[in-house]
Design a protein. Structure first.
Length: 142
């Protein structure tokens, strides 16, 4: 199984002060390290959030955060998944169920994980799965 790491998981893994840092590392050490993926959306999200000057434990601008991302990408078990599907055209997605702007990115990442026969690993226990066909089985809650 390959797990697409949600932005919140990537942040928790690299930020030792993150409230879920230990939880994310425990899961990654037990399960995630065997097969995990990043994609442009999750990588860019990590750089944008942690590289923001108002992020509480920011090591610096995105140009500095890139080193932490590169270290994660360099671990055995990493795969890069390109953003390769459309919420408009994918048979895995029911766009009529995109009832809120807050569901767009989560639904896309869940569909991308399902399209790659993987699971979206997230710390978000409120993530809606109904937009993606068989979405619940493509979600790994940490």
């Amino acid at each position: 199984m390959c797990y697409l790491l949600d932005v919140n998981v990537l942040i928790a893994l690299i930020d030792p002060a993150h409230v879920q840092h230990d939880q994310a590392h425990e899961w990654f050490g037990r399960v995630g390290h065997k097969g995990f993926a990043t994609c442009p959306i999750t990588e860019n999200g990590l750089l944008r959030i942690v590289g923001h000057p108002k992020y509480p434990n920011s090591p610096g601008p995105p140009s500095v955060v890139v080193a932490a991302l590169a270290a994660i990408r360099g671990l055995p078990g990493h795969t890069f998944w390109p953003d390769s599907l459309s919420l408009v055209e994918s048979p895995l997605v029911d766009p009529a169920l995109l009832s809120s702007h807050s569901r767009v990115t989560d639904s896309y990442l869940l569909a991308l994980a399902r399209a790659n026969k993987g699971k979206l690993a997230t710390l978000d226990h409120k993530l809606a799965t109904e937009v993606v066909a068989d979405g619940k089985s493509s979600l790994a809650l940490i």
